[in-house]
Design a protein around this ligand. Structure first.
Ligand SMILES: [Ca+2]
Length: 249
């Protein structure tokens, strides 16, 4: 199911969003980055808190495919497609196969990082390098999420097609990028660290993301309930399946 909604469009020349420096965004180990992207061309930054050419902060981009840089690099060259929407994610933790790249909830690359990242005092930029006018993203972006913990593949997949509430544990930056007008992207996480839009424009796009359950009419919750019910074995019986309270809450 796709729903027409507002997204941010970047021209690949000088557009970006700047999210001010904040201690909650000093992600060096045990973190997750997520976004929905529709790149017109590969090469641009998705989100970046690094210094161009140095292995500090973090860089999550489409250079050569899908790539995460902190003190090391993990890259997958084959999975990101141009001119279509896809959900991309990176998780990082210094342990066995602790760095993972995901496209549409599927792990496309993983490796063991040698060491954790180091922080910078830079803002987080969406759509460009954080410290210089470079690496501009060409395409559309929405539903940007930053977490101070590693989300499991199951967690990533389970919230891939729905907006978050904003109070999920470990959520340190949440930018749905669906304002539709103005020069601010609101941070719906407890960090409340809004970003400023520099040149990027608002567009309408069909995205496979259900509206937030906060504004649910009941139908969205029914969808979740129905899928949950379908996933139960028949032996669970009808009584356990019936959770009417959730349908209309
Ligand atoms: Ca521009």
């Amino acid at each position: 199911m796709t729903v027409m909604q507002s997204v941010l469009s970047f021209d690949g020349e000088d557009d970006y969003v700047s999210i001010p420096p904040h201690p909650a965004l000093d992600l060096t180990d045990d973190y997750t980055l997520e976004a929905w992207i529709c790149p017109i061309a590969l090469g641009g930054r998705i989100m970046d808190k690094g210094i161009n050419g140095q292995a500090v902060g973090f860089t999550f981009d489409t250079y050569g495919g899908l790539r995460l840089i902190n003190t090391g690099i993990i890259i997958d060259s084959a999975s990101v497609q141009v001119n279509q929407w896809q959900h991309v994610a990176a998780t990082f933790k210094v342990e066995k196969k602790g760095a993972k790249l995901f496209v549409n909830g599927k792990i496309v690359r993983e490796l063991k990082p040698k060491k954790a990242g180091t922080k910078t005092d830079l803002p987080v930029h969406l759509g460009s390098v954080a410290n210089s006018p470079d690496g501009f993203f060409k395409g559309k972006m929405a539903e940007v999420r930053l977490w101070s913990r590693v989300r499991t593949p199951e967690e990533i997949r389970s919230h891939l097609h729905s907006r978050l509430k904003g109070n999920e544990p470990g959520l340190v930056g949440y930018f749905p990028c669906n304002e539709g007008s103005g020069n601010i992207v609101s941070d719906k996480s407890p960090t409340q660290n809004n970003g400023s839009v520099n040149g990027a424009t608002w567009e309408q796009a069909e995205l496979p993301i259900a509206p937030s359950t906060e504004s649910a009419t009941g139908l969205e919750d029914y969808g979740y309930w129905y899928r949950w019910k379908q996933s139960l074995p028949a032996s669970a019986g009808t009584q356990k399946n019936f959770r009417r309270g959730r349908i209309w809450c």
